[in-house]
Design a protein around this ligand. Structure first.
Ligand SMILES: CC(C)(COP(=O)(O)OP(=O)(O)OC[C@H]1O[C@@H](n2cnc3c(N)ncnc32)[C@H](O)[C@@H]1OP(=O)(O)O)[C@@H](O)C(=O)NCCC(=O)NCCS
Length: 179
């Protein structure tokens, strides 16, 4: 019993750590990215291998990823790029087992205080259907700014006289995603 109490106390109080991802982390990041996509309700259009390659390419360009660790385990990550006047956060994820414990909040605080320059605008895009993420971003300080509207690409519509019809619900969901 005492061991369990010590373990619980350690779990609650262990500080969260962060580190910058390297190319070796890409298979892990791909797995987390895969879960993120499932969580936000988008179809998985890529294999884990392709996602890992895509992550490697991002890290080789101007994207950086930060991994958050708690009790020696990776509990979340952020993928972002620095633009001249902006930090664009492309992906942000906390593992299921650690949600609603303030990990996301702490991760954003860490990024703002220790990683991102304070002089730049911070941006993130959220699917309007992702109600929990909207609540989270508003809670951590992001404010509603613009609403992006879209018509999915022509190739997803049926040819000929179908061109002016709205795509079906299924094809609409295949529309572009930043994730
Ligand atoms: C959104 C996400 C990052 C939140 O991470 P988290 O560690 O659970 O968030 P926190 O515990 O730090 O929550 C901080 C506050 O945000 C709000 N919030 C977080 N999750 C919420 C939810 N599911 N519903 C409503 N509000 C929520 C609450 O105000 C919460 O404070 P409270 O717990 O005291 O009420 C996490 O749920 C996640 O990874 N979701 C899937 C991926 C995703 O949607 N990423 C964002 C893409 S834009």
């Amino acid at each position: 019993m005492a061991t369990v109490q010590v373990w619980i106390a350690w779990q609650c109080c262990a500080p969260m750590k962060f580190r910058f991802a390297t190319p070796d982390d890409c298979p892990l990041l791909a797995q987390l990215n895969h879960k993120l996509i499932a969580d936000v309700g988008l179809p998985a259009l890529m294999t884990l291998e392709k996602m890992s390659k895509r992550m490697k390419a991002w890290l080789a360009s101007d994207y950086r990823a930060t991994l958050f660790e708690h009790g020696g385990k990776v509990v979340g990550y952020a993928l972002y790029r620095e633009l001249p006047e902006e930090i664009y956060l492309r992906q942000f994820f906390v593992v299921h087992s650690h949600r609603r414990r303030g990990i996301g909040l702490q991760a954003v605080r860490t990024l703002r205080s220790q990683v991102w320059p304070r002089t730049k605008r911070l941006t993130v895009e959220v699917l309007v259907t992702n109600i929990s993420a909207l609540a989270f971003w508003r809670k951590v300080g992001y404010r509603d700014h613009c609403l992006r509207l879209e018509i999915p690409p022509l190739k997803l519509r049926r040819a000929g006289n179908q061109a002016d019809k709205l795509p079906s619900k299924k094809t609409r969901r295949k529309g572009g995603t930043a994730l």
